[in-house]
Design a protein around this ligand. Structure first.
Ligand code: GNR
Ligand code: NI
Length: 171
């Protein structure tokens, strides 16, 4: 396992559409493990391969625990939104690639997602609430979409300009 470096906006690699995984083999499982380790180290609930500069359709999710019940980490290749509800929810979202900014985002309350698991088995997952929100956020990443795309242009540009200033300060 290895700790991977997370890209931050406005890195252009975050805007690229990731390539499908052909088969979940030992190499892909290793990458899934490293993504999970990177997720835990950074205290996130989900991480997409795009965020570490690897253009493969891989997502890991761990909500920690829900109502006292431990959450089994989800290791997903090629997650695909099969259905989403018309009913929506508003969630205050953050993103490890947009550090320091938290904004309300409107997304579907319920989703059905197909994916291939760490054993190369096809799975279908029904989710609502935070998990549904997280799945939509991570699948967006694989398509090169950040949560700030769901905000007004005004808010988005304010955030991007602040992030650009941060980068200039570090140089
Ligand atoms: O850690 C994260 N928290 C979070 C909170 C609400 C909705 C989505 C997320 S995902 C985010 C980690 C991340 O950037 N995943 O891509
Ligand atoms: Ni994110």
């Amino acid at each position: 396992m290895a700790l991977l470096e997370i890209l931050t906006a406005p890195d252009p690699r975050l805007l690229a559409k990731a390539h499908p995984v052909e088969k979940v083999d030992s190499g892909i499982r290793k990458l899934m493990d490293s993504l999970l380790e990177t997720l835990y180290y950074n205290d996130g609930v989900g991480l997409a391969s795009t965020q570490v500069g690897i253009s493969k359709r891989i997502v890991v999710i761990d909500l920690g625990e829900r109502n006292g019940i431990p959450f089994k980490p989800l290791l997903m290749a090629n997650p695909e939104l099969q259905w989403f509800s018309v009913d929506t929810q508003i969630t205050k979202e953050g993103c490890l690639s947009v550090p320091g900014f938290y904004e309300n985002v409107i997304r579907s309350l319920e989703v059905r997602v197909s994916y291939t698991d760490e054993n190369n088995q096809k799975q279908l997952l029904e989710a609502r609430g935070l998990l549904a929100d997280c799945l939509q956020h991570e699948i967006d990443h694989l398509n090169g979409v950040l949560f700030i795309e769901h905000l007004s242009a005004l808010k988005r540009n304010l955030i991007l300009n602040k992030l650009r200033k941060e980068i200039r300060k570090k140089r």
